[in-house]
Design a protein around this ligand. Structure first.
Ligand SMILES: [Zn+2]
Length: 101
């Protein structure tokens, strides 16, 4: 049984054309983390804040790092991308699972 978590809509979310939606969950406890608009088939290593649709973390708030709301393990670290200077979260390898929705 999955724990019920509160879902926050991300007010920064912009609809991305041609994207598909990934569901991201915690690799340790399986807790839902976010729905994300992924573009292309490149490796999934980071999430841009503006592509996060909703999540169990309130993405309208500042987070230096992302922690699973259920088990408290760290999942990602915030940074600003070099290329386009956008707010993003870089995943810690093996701390998350993803699947197409
Ligand atoms: Zn967890």
């Amino acid at each position: 049984m999955r724990n019920q978590v509160k879902i926050f809509k991300n007010p920064n979310c912009k609809k991305v054309r041609g994207s598909h939606v990934l569901e991201v969950s915690c690799a340790y406890c399986g807790c839902f983390i976010a729905h994300y608009q992924k573009v292309g088939e490149s490796n999934f290593v980071k999430m841009y804040n503006e592509r996060i649709i909703e999540g169990s973390i309130d993405f309208s708030q500042y987070h230096g790092a992302l922690f699973c709301p259920d088990c408290g393990r760290q999942i990602a670290t915030r940074y600003i991308t070099k290329m386009d200077k956008k707010e993003a979260y870089r995943f810690i390898r093996s701390a998350f699972h993803k699947r197409k929705v």
